[in-house]
Design a protein around this ligand. Structure first.
Ligand code: 5GP
Length: 241
């Protein structure tokens, strides 16, 4: 389906495999570590690419910079979805948050759901998504908060039924984009109102020139973004951090 990784995802290398066959980028990291730098675990490699490089390449090849603030990735993330890419991303979050006791993933509809559902398979835990509309089949007994939508420009009351969050939960938040941080703030509020613990956030694309990531990290939350955009422009393209 997608030329970059089709058929290659089986070559995802896990951290418990021998180091000897690790290619490219990962080997550079190992060399750096032998030279005295520290590395944390072994990067997940897909067909010779780290997941971060893979996502950056997909963004460069198939993304569209609509404006200096909006990146369109409908070909593989937000409309048509590439589950093999999602799987590789999930493996990387699993590596990063290994040992953190994550027992639940939380995301927000709609674009986070596909990514989080695949991640749920890898983390082997339930996935809950915050709903943006009140429907008859969502219990009134819900945690709620208001979130401003970056893409639609409106405010939504998001909700998660009290049934699906509890104080014993250790939650990893998953989302497709991090911009001003309103969606992530809202999800953190719902989780903490339930008395659950926010272990951190796994984000596909962080637009690091917007303030959300820095602000939420400054509040003490761990945010792991797989691609970080430093700047973008419809004429000149994208620069990654
Ligand atoms: P924030 O709440 O951090 O300002 O924005 C995050 C949410 O807005 C994400 O859930 C995502 O759906 C959407 N979003 C923000 N920036 C972009 C973007 O550049 N492209 C797309 N496709 N969605 C975005």
């Amino acid at each position: 389906m997608i030329p970059h990784i089709d058929g290659k995802v089986n070559r995802v290398r896990h951290k418990n495999r021998p180091f000897g066959d690790l290619p490219g980028f990962c080997e550079k990291r190992l060399r750096a570590s032998r030279a005295g730098a520290t590395i944390k675990g072994i990067l997940v490699i897909v067909g010779g690419w780290s997941v971060m490089q893979l996502l950056e390449q997909r963004i460069l090849a198939e993304g569209e910079v609509k404006s200096s603030e909006i990146l369109k990735v409908d070909r593989f993330l937000n409309h048509q979805m590439d589950p093999k890419l999602f799987l590789a991303m999930a493996e990387e979050w699993k590596r990063l948050f290994d040992g953190c006791g994550v027992n639940k993933l939380v995301t927000i509809e709609a674009s986070g759901i596909g990514i989080a559902a695949v991640a749920g398979l890898v983390f082997d835990c339930p996935v809950v998504f915050a709903k943006k509309t009140k429907s008859r089949n969502v219990s009134d007994d819900a945690y709620t908060t208001v979130v401003h939508s970056f893409t639609h420009g409106n405010d939504n009351t998001i909700r998660i039924s009290r049934e699906y969050l509890s104080p014993s939960d250790r939650v990893l938040v998953i989302d497709d984009f991090l911009a001003n941080g309103a969606a992530l703030d809202g999800l953190i509020t719902l989780i903490e109102n339930a008395g659950a613990t926010v272990v951190g956030a796994g984000i596909a694309v962080e637009k690091a020139f917007q303030p959300g990531g820095a602000r939420i990290r400054a509040r003490g939350y761990r945010v792991e973004s797989l691609a970080r955009v430093q700047s973008m422009n419809p004429e000149t393209g994208i620069v990654f951090c």
